[in-house]
Design a protein around this ligand. Structure first.
Ligand code: ADP
Ligand code: ZN
Length: 718
């Protein structure tokens, strides 16, 4: 027997399947998809068996050393899927499999993650004889059924051992999972007519992609729940993706209320051990619903009956490092393989998805109204140009007045500090100098608590000095605002108001996020102040005012999607207001009150925004009219990087006649960790011979140790 093994080695030069022999004693355990140990040069490496065959073209094959784990880690569907993703992203094949697995299953010598066990005792055959008091006690306890070791704490290990040896007790070690969900089944809500219509439009027995366009508060979650229930009744399984940021304890709680311990959740707040356990529950077919962030799209569910992607527009579904896959594309592939529907829901669908729905590639489902016919909140725009003149730099008089009004009524307020890609930084008021990272060439972020400047890319840190290194004046001061600063200012104006600050710093410790959400729900705070993290998925019934402190930061980013991202962020955060019986309103502070993205947020007009933005995309040849592939060339050697980038550009121009080729230009972050980076953009409509050319380039640079070439199809960032 010969097996084809893909070894776990992160080396772009060695990314192919190697043949090995299997010795007689191992033959019975060999199956496709298990992990094995193989000799590789002078090392022993782990790898996956991807194929079993009779013979090989290669002589003198080495034999595999042993089996790492009996379980099949990569089932047939995932093996195929990995190959497809490799072809689409041109990443290494091994990276396409590694991304599917929890860390505990990857070959890293020092990440050994143990399984957890419980020990149980039950009565054995031999119950005759004379027992001392302790022994008789244990026997009595076990008479009504098995007893956990934990419940026998007072008993010494030696008395237990004796009883087991005499066959009076039987000891059994059974694995337990770190996370268990309560099995309390709650009823599914009675659906509204519109919700029912949507549920019935979905054909469960065949493949097909549906785009559910439902305004905030239209009850999309209950639609998902109903669909999943129908799928479970057919004894099939369900996979639901949500962005990390909206995978809140609220969401998991709602699902576990209905589906109890049939769920496994996969997200970054779990420890590696918890992820490992959740993954094995899925792989062993012990759960039928998986909820998770991006990489959960690879959950090894068999008999898949539905895939749901909530907040379809979220850029978190696209991975920013290798393999640069898009979970939405992977979902389409899995829905085809499994002949099951894919539902993508959003209040603000991505332009790409809505355009496809327009062409009939996706089937459009609409929920234009909030539950119980409640109105969407009134949105008011405040022109900050005028406020600055009045001396109000953070808060307009109108916003403060409205906050006070809500607080008097014991209602709650959410304030968004739009910080997309930006943080607080320091500049010299005299000469305009801004502190940058010496290694990465990006602006350093000011951390007030430690009075330090930090690079958010490489971690470089330095003390803040008052004196400017350029002009020698003592004029360095912090500009740009962080949530800490806003909180301070707000406390000055609204004394004795309880403000809860939520951002990536305050929620990074495990469990804090969930604690904050329940504290706010219980009215332990009046105002929830935070970054993008407060914009999505939260459902608090007493929030009647949402304030956006600075709408413009996300508009000013040099990115063709900045209007779209701003429109969807502001619409999403507006949707947190007035979700229950009380009427809600929204106040948006902006320096660009006439910008169309902001105007369409005010009128809650997604379609209007879509049409306007599509015209711009058409004129400038951007997606969805063109696809984009971004080529990243990087090297430690500045000369080398620039030389090779130019060569690549020439090669592309020679071979690609229909495509538009832009660049080369220095990447947005030109110097990162002392590596220089250039980019070339290809805009294309059809990929006729694009892949062939790109594959050749990738092959060529595989063996180049000085210059690295990476590809990003449909990139989030340049
Ligand atoms: P969306 O995800 O579309 O923003 P949600 O699914 O969070 O909206 O629903 C908004 C609110 O309406 C939630 O509080 C939810 O419990 C409630 N809701 C949803 N469907 C129903 C229904 N059929 N009957 C009563 N309340 C509902
Ligand atoms: Zn840095």
């Amino acid at each position: 027997m010969i097996v084809g093994v893909l070894v776990e080695l992160s080396n772009k030069k060695i990314d192919r399947i190697f043949d090995y022999k299997v010795e007689k004693q191992l033959i019975d355990s060999i199956r496709v998809g298990i992990r094995v140990e193989v000799p590789f040069g002078h090392q022993v490496l782990e790898g996956f068996i991807l194929e079993i065959k009779k013979d090989s073209d290669i002589d003198n094959l080495k034999s595999i050393i042993g089996i790492v784990d009996q379980d099949i880690i990569l089932n047939q569907e995932l093996i195929e899927l990995g190959r497809t993703i490799q072809k689409k992203t041109l990443a290494t094949l091994i990276s396409c499999y590694q991304v599917m697995l929890p860390k505990a299953l990857k070959a890293k010598k020092n990440t050994i993650i143990n399984k957890k066990y419980d020990i149980y005792y039950r009565l054995g055959e031999n119950l005759e004889g004379n027992f001392n008091r302790t022994q008789q006690n244990i026997i009595n306890m076990c008479k009504t059924g098995e007893v956990k070791r934990e419940d026998l704490v007072k008993i010494s290990p030696s008395s237990l051992k004796t009883l087991v040896r005499k066959n009076i007790l039987i000891e059994e070690k059974r694995e337990h999972y770190r996370l268990e969900y309560q099995d309390s089944r709650d009823k599914i809500k009675e659906l509204t007519e519109n919700q029912k219509e949507v549920v019935e439009s979905v054909q469960l027995e065949k493949e097909g992609t549906y785009l559910l366009h439902g305004v905030t508060g239209s009850g999309k979650t209950e639609v998902y729940i109903k669909l999943i229930e129908k799928v479970l009744k057919k004894h099939k399984t369900a996979l639901m993706l949500v962005p990390e940021i909206s995978l809140t304890p609220q969401m998991i709680h709602r699902f576990s209320e209905v589906f109890g311990n049939q769920i496994a959740a996969l997200h970054s707040a779990l420890s590696e051990g918890e992820k490992y356990d959740e993954w094995r529950k899925i792989n062993r077919g012990e759960v039928s619903i998986v909820i998770g962030a991006r990489s959960a799209i690879f959950a090894p569910l068999s008999n898949l009956g539905i895939i749901i992607i909530d907040e379809e527009h979220s850029d978190s579904y696209k991975q920013d490092n290798n393999p640069r896959y898009d979970a939405r594309d992977v979902a389409i592939i899995r829905s085809k393989t499994n002949h099951c529907p894919l539902i993508m829901g959003s209040a603000t669908p991505s332009l790409e998805a809505f355009a496809r729905a327009g062409k009939g590639v996706f089937q459009l489902l609409s929920m234009p109204n909030r539950i119980n016919g409640k109105r969407l909140p009134q949105v008011e725009l405040i022109d900050m140009n005028q406020e600055i003149k009045k001396g109000n730099s953070y808060f307009s008089s109108r916003l403060i007045e409205q906050i006070k009004k809500r607080l008097q009524k014991k209602e709650q307020v959410i304030l968004l500090l739009n910080r997309r890609g930006y943080a607080s930084f320091v500049t010299c008021k005299n000469c305009g100098y801004t502190a940058k990272c010496p290694q990465c060439d990006i602006t350093l972020t000011y951390h007030k608590t430690s009075n330090m400047l930090r690079c958010h890319y490489c971690g470089y840190a330095t003390n803040l000095k008052k004196k400017c290194p350029e002009c020698r004046e003592e004029s360095i001061s912090s500009l740009g605002i962080g949530t800490e600063r806003v909180e301070e200012e707000l406390k000055k104006i609204l004394k004795n108001t309880r403000i809860l600050r939520m951002d990536y710093d305050t929620t990074s410790r495990k469990g804090t996020h969930s604690k904050m959400i329940s504290e706010f729900k219980n009215h332990e705070y009046d105002i929830l102040l935070g970054t993008q993290i407060v914009a999505k998925g939260l459902d608090f019934e007493d929030v009647t005012l949402v304030g956006v402190i600075n709408a413009d930061t996300s508009l000013n980013i040099p990115d063709f999607r900045s209007s779209e991202n701003t429109f969807s962020l502001l619409s999403q955060v507006s949707g947190r207001s007035g979700r229950s019986t009380k009427e809600g309103s929204v106040i948006i502070q902006t320096f660009n009150p006439d910008h169309y993205a902001i105007q369409f947020v005010q009128s809650h007009d997604y379609i209007g925004f879509y049409k306007r933005e599509m015209q711009i995309r058409y004129q400038l040849k951007y997606p969805p009219y063109y696809y984009i592939c971004y080529l990243k060339v990087s090297s430690k050697d500045y000369q080398e990087a620039s030389k090779e980038t130019n060569k690549i550009k020439k090669c592309l121009e020679k071979n690609l006649k229909e495509e538009i080729i832009l660049g080369p230009s220095p990447a947005n972050i030109f110097k990162l960790n002392n590596i220089y980076r250039y980019g070339i953009i290809i805009k294309y409509k059809k990929d006729t011979n694009l892949y062939q050319i790109l594959n050749r380039l990738i092959e060529h640079y595989r063996s180049n140790s000085k210059v690295n070439l990476e590809l990003d199809f449909n990139p989030n960032h340049f």
